[in-house]
Design a protein around this ligand. Structure first.
Ligand code: ZN
Length: 228
Protein backbone atom coordinates (compact mmCIF):
# COMPACT_ATOMS: atom_id res chain seq x y z
CA UNK A 1 0.00 0.00 0.00
CA UNK A 2 1.38 3.35 -1.04
CA UNK A 3 1.00 5.63 1.94
CA UNK A 4 2.32 8.98 0.82
CA UNK A 5 3.66 11.00 -2.06
CA UNK A 6 7.30 10.24 -1.18
CA UNK A 7 6.63 6.54 -1.62
CA UNK A 8 5.13 7.23 -5.04
CA UNK A 9 8.15 9.32 -6.05
CA UNK A 10 10.38 6.56 -4.72
CA UNK A 11 8.89 4.08 -7.20
CA UNK A 12 10.14 6.17 -10.10
CA UNK A 13 13.20 7.79 -8.56
CA UNK A 14 14.68 5.34 -6.06
CA UNK A 15 16.35 7.15 -3.20
CA UNK A 16 20.04 6.29 -3.41
CA UNK A 17 22.91 7.16 -1.04
CA UNK A 18 25.23 9.74 -2.63
CA UNK A 19 28.23 7.93 -1.17
CA UNK A 20 27.70 4.20 -1.74
CA UNK A 21 24.59 3.95 -3.99
CA UNK A 22 22.73 1.84 -1.43
CA UNK A 23 18.97 2.33 -1.24
CA UNK A 24 18.18 4.81 1.49
CA UNK A 25 15.97 3.80 4.36
CA UNK A 26 12.96 5.90 5.25
CA UNK A 27 14.64 8.12 7.85
CA UNK A 28 17.82 8.62 5.79
CA UNK A 29 18.29 11.71 3.58
CA UNK A 30 20.75 11.74 0.67
CA UNK A 31 23.56 9.98 2.54
CA UNK A 32 23.10 6.68 4.38
CA UNK A 33 23.90 6.17 8.06
CA UNK A 34 26.77 3.80 7.22
CA UNK A 35 28.49 6.41 5.04
CA UNK A 36 27.88 9.17 7.58
CA UNK A 37 29.48 7.09 10.30
CA UNK A 38 32.49 6.14 8.17
CA UNK A 39 33.21 9.59 6.72
CA UNK A 40 36.74 10.76 7.63
CA UNK A 41 35.83 13.47 10.10
CA UNK A 42 38.46 16.03 11.13
CA UNK A 43 37.37 16.28 14.77
CA UNK A 44 38.66 19.86 14.63
CA UNK A 45 35.75 20.82 16.87
CA UNK A 46 37.68 19.14 19.69
CA UNK A 47 40.88 21.13 19.00
CA UNK A 48 41.82 24.27 20.90
CA UNK A 49 43.37 25.65 17.70
CA UNK A 50 42.92 23.81 14.43
CA UNK A 51 44.72 23.86 11.04
CA UNK A 52 41.95 25.88 9.35
CA UNK A 53 42.18 28.65 11.94
CA UNK A 54 45.96 28.60 11.51
CA UNK A 55 45.57 29.38 7.78
CA UNK A 56 44.34 32.86 8.75
CA UNK A 57 46.82 33.68 11.47
CA UNK A 58 48.48 37.03 10.80
CA UNK A 59 46.10 37.63 7.88
CA UNK A 60 42.57 38.34 9.05
CA UNK A 61 40.80 38.14 12.38
CA UNK A 62 38.74 34.94 12.38
CA UNK A 63 36.95 34.24 15.65
CA UNK A 64 36.58 30.51 14.96
CA UNK A 65 36.89 28.23 11.93
CA UNK A 66 36.09 24.57 11.48
CA UNK A 67 35.95 21.88 8.79
CA UNK A 68 33.91 18.69 8.72
CA UNK A 69 35.77 16.10 6.60
CA UNK A 70 39.18 15.26 5.19
CA UNK A 71 39.15 15.42 1.40
CA UNK A 72 41.09 12.49 0.00
CA UNK A 73 41.33 11.08 -3.48
CA UNK A 74 39.24 7.95 -4.19
CA UNK A 75 37.34 8.47 -1.00
CA UNK A 76 33.64 8.60 -0.32
CA UNK A 77 34.14 12.31 0.39
CA UNK A 78 35.43 12.89 -3.12
CA UNK A 79 32.48 11.00 -4.56
CA UNK A 80 30.00 12.98 -2.47
CA UNK A 81 31.60 16.31 -3.33
CA UNK A 82 31.72 15.53 -7.04
CA UNK A 83 28.04 14.64 -7.17
CA UNK A 84 27.18 17.61 -4.99
CA UNK A 85 29.13 20.13 -7.08
CA UNK A 86 28.73 18.85 -10.62
CA UNK A 87 25.84 16.36 -10.74
CA UNK A 88 23.08 18.48 -9.24
CA UNK A 89 22.90 16.30 -6.13
CA UNK A 90 22.30 19.37 -4.01
CA UNK A 91 20.66 17.36 -1.24
CA UNK A 92 24.08 15.92 -0.38
CA UNK A 93 25.37 19.38 0.54
CA UNK A 94 22.26 20.14 2.54
CA UNK A 95 22.61 16.91 4.50
CA UNK A 96 26.35 17.38 5.14
CA UNK A 97 25.62 20.91 6.35
CA UNK A 98 22.94 19.62 8.68
CA UNK A 99 25.11 16.81 10.08
CA UNK A 100 28.10 19.13 10.57
CA UNK A 101 25.95 21.81 12.22
CA UNK A 102 24.50 19.31 14.71
CA UNK A 103 28.03 18.39 15.83
CA UNK A 104 29.15 22.03 15.97
CA UNK A 105 26.12 23.17 17.92
CA UNK A 106 26.46 20.26 20.37
CA UNK A 107 30.10 21.29 20.92
CA UNK A 108 29.16 24.94 21.56
CA UNK A 109 30.60 26.28 18.31
CA UNK A 110 29.24 29.46 16.69
CA UNK A 111 26.49 29.66 19.32
CA UNK A 112 26.00 33.43 18.84
CA UNK A 113 25.94 33.32 15.02
CA UNK A 114 23.41 35.71 13.44
CA UNK A 115 23.68 35.08 9.73
CA UNK A 116 25.25 32.57 7.32
CA UNK A 117 26.89 33.75 4.09
CA UNK A 118 27.97 31.24 1.42
CA UNK A 119 30.94 32.02 -0.83
CA UNK A 120 29.28 33.11 -4.09
CA UNK A 121 30.09 31.84 -7.55
CA UNK A 122 30.60 34.30 -10.37
CA UNK A 123 27.16 34.80 -12.03
CA UNK A 124 28.35 33.30 -15.34
CA UNK A 125 29.59 30.18 -13.58
CA UNK A 126 26.41 29.82 -11.57
CA UNK A 127 24.39 30.15 -14.75
CA UNK A 128 26.41 27.32 -16.33
CA UNK A 129 26.14 25.05 -13.32
CA UNK A 130 22.59 26.04 -12.47
CA UNK A 131 23.27 26.47 -8.77
CA UNK A 132 25.83 27.46 -6.17
CA UNK A 133 26.72 24.36 -4.17
CA UNK A 134 27.63 26.41 -1.09
CA UNK A 135 24.03 27.70 -0.87
CA UNK A 136 22.85 24.18 -0.03
CA UNK A 137 25.57 23.63 2.55
CA UNK A 138 24.57 26.99 4.10
CA UNK A 139 20.90 25.98 4.15
CA UNK A 140 21.68 22.76 6.01
CA UNK A 141 23.53 24.73 8.69
CA UNK A 142 20.83 27.40 8.74
CA UNK A 143 18.20 24.77 9.50
CA UNK A 144 20.04 23.52 12.59
CA UNK A 145 21.05 26.92 14.00
CA UNK A 146 17.74 28.52 13.03
CA UNK A 147 19.42 31.63 11.63
CA UNK A 148 19.06 32.92 8.05
CA UNK A 149 21.41 32.11 5.18
CA UNK A 150 21.94 35.18 2.97
CA UNK A 151 23.17 33.95 -0.38
CA UNK A 152 22.87 37.37 -2.01
CA UNK A 153 24.67 39.40 0.65
CA UNK A 154 27.93 39.04 -1.24
CA UNK A 155 28.65 38.89 -4.98
CA UNK A 156 31.64 37.67 -6.91
CA UNK A 157 33.04 40.21 -9.34
CA UNK A 158 35.81 38.17 -10.92
CA UNK A 159 35.39 34.78 -12.59
CA UNK A 160 38.01 32.25 -11.58
CA UNK A 161 38.47 28.84 -13.10
CA UNK A 162 38.76 26.25 -10.35
CA UNK A 163 41.76 24.67 -12.08
CA UNK A 164 43.65 27.94 -12.20
CA UNK A 165 42.24 29.59 -9.12
CA UNK A 166 45.52 29.64 -7.28
CA UNK A 167 47.60 31.05 -10.12
CA UNK A 168 44.98 33.66 -10.93
CA UNK A 169 44.90 34.74 -7.32
CA UNK A 170 48.68 34.92 -7.30
CA UNK A 171 48.66 37.08 -10.41
CA UNK A 172 45.79 39.23 -9.25
CA UNK A 173 46.87 42.76 -8.41
CA UNK A 174 44.15 43.11 -5.83
CA UNK A 175 42.49 40.00 -4.44
CA UNK A 176 40.10 42.23 -2.51
CA UNK A 177 38.27 43.09 -5.71
CA UNK A 178 37.08 39.52 -6.22
CA UNK A 179 34.15 39.96 -3.83
CA UNK A 180 31.78 42.80 -3.04
CA UNK A 181 29.15 43.10 -0.32
CA UNK A 182 25.76 43.81 -1.86
CA UNK A 183 23.69 43.90 1.35
CA UNK A 184 25.61 45.75 4.06
CA UNK A 185 22.60 45.77 6.40
CA UNK A 186 22.66 41.96 6.49
CA UNK A 187 26.29 42.07 7.70
CA UNK A 188 26.91 45.19 9.79
CA UNK A 189 27.07 44.43 13.51
CA UNK A 190 26.29 40.75 12.91
CA UNK A 191 28.18 37.60 13.82
CA UNK A 192 28.69 36.13 10.38
CA UNK A 193 29.39 32.51 9.48
CA UNK A 194 31.12 32.35 6.10
CA UNK A 195 30.82 28.92 4.44
CA UNK A 196 32.47 27.19 1.51
CA UNK A 197 32.63 23.62 0.24
CA UNK A 198 36.39 23.01 0.29
CA UNK A 199 39.35 24.88 1.79
CA UNK A 200 42.92 24.50 0.53
CA UNK A 201 45.04 27.66 0.83
CA UNK A 202 42.30 29.74 2.41
CA UNK A 203 42.87 32.59 -0.11
CA UNK A 204 39.24 32.69 -1.24
CA UNK A 205 37.88 32.69 2.30
CA UNK A 206 40.41 35.33 3.31
CA UNK A 207 39.35 37.64 0.46
CA UNK A 208 35.65 37.18 1.23
CA UNK A 209 36.23 37.41 5.00
CA UNK A 210 38.02 40.72 4.55
CA UNK A 211 35.01 42.12 2.77
CA UNK A 212 32.69 41.00 5.57
CA UNK A 213 34.92 42.63 8.20
CA UNK A 214 35.13 45.85 6.17
CA UNK A 215 31.33 45.85 5.98
CA UNK A 216 31.21 45.81 9.78
CA UNK A 217 30.76 42.16 10.72
CA UNK A 218 31.11 41.90 14.52
CA UNK A 219 32.54 38.37 14.45
CA UNK A 220 33.78 36.28 11.56
CA UNK A 221 33.28 32.53 11.70
CA UNK A 222 34.20 30.07 8.95
CA UNK A 223 32.90 26.57 8.21
CA UNK A 224 33.83 24.28 5.30
CA UNK A 225 32.70 20.79 4.39
CA UNK A 226 36.06 19.41 3.35
CA UNK A 227 39.68 20.19 4.08
CA UNK A 228 41.91 19.66 1.03
ZN1 ZN B 1 26.05 5.20 1.79
Amino acid sequence: MISNINDVIGLFYPRICGGCDAHLRKHEQNVCINCLQRLPKTYYWDYKENPIEQLFWGKIKVDAACGFLHFGKDSTVQQLMHRFKYKSKTGIGHELGRQFAIILRDNQWFIDVDVIVPIPLHPSKQLRRGYNQSDYFAEGISEVYDVPARSHAMIRMVATDSQTRKSRFDRSENVEEVFRISDVDAIRGKNVLLVDDVVTTGATLEAAGNRLLEAGAAKLYIAVIAVG
